[in-house]
Design a protein around this ligand. Structure first.
Ligand code: ZN
Length: 89
């Protein structure tokens, strides 16, 4: 019983984190959940990965330089273009 809980924490925790991170970056949560569960190192890879497309609620795409930046930021951190939303051409 204790071993089951131990294994669940050992592989389940990084796997759950991997699923969460993969979702926010537009990657396959199933595949990345398994990879992260076996190799927690890939959580770092996911964490520092920036998606190449806009992911609602997580990452915005700059209309000017086409780079992605965190959704909560109000301006592009690369070229300082303000996130205009509806007023974009
Ligand atoms: Zn930009």
């Amino acid at each position: 019983m204790n071993e089951t809980i131990f294994l669940l924490l050992l592989f389940g925790l990084p796997a759950a984190l991997g699923v969460k991170l993969a979702r926010s970056r537009g990657k396959n949560p199933f595949i990345w959940g398994i990879i992260s569960g076996v190799f927690p190192f890939f959580l770092l890879v996911l964490h520092f990965h920036r998606p190449d497309k806009e992911i609602t609620g997580h990452f915005r795409k700059c209309p000017l330089c086409n780079r992605t930046f965190p959704w909560k930021d109000s301006a592009c951190k690369y070229c300082s273009t303000p996130e205009s939303g509806s007023s974009a051409i």
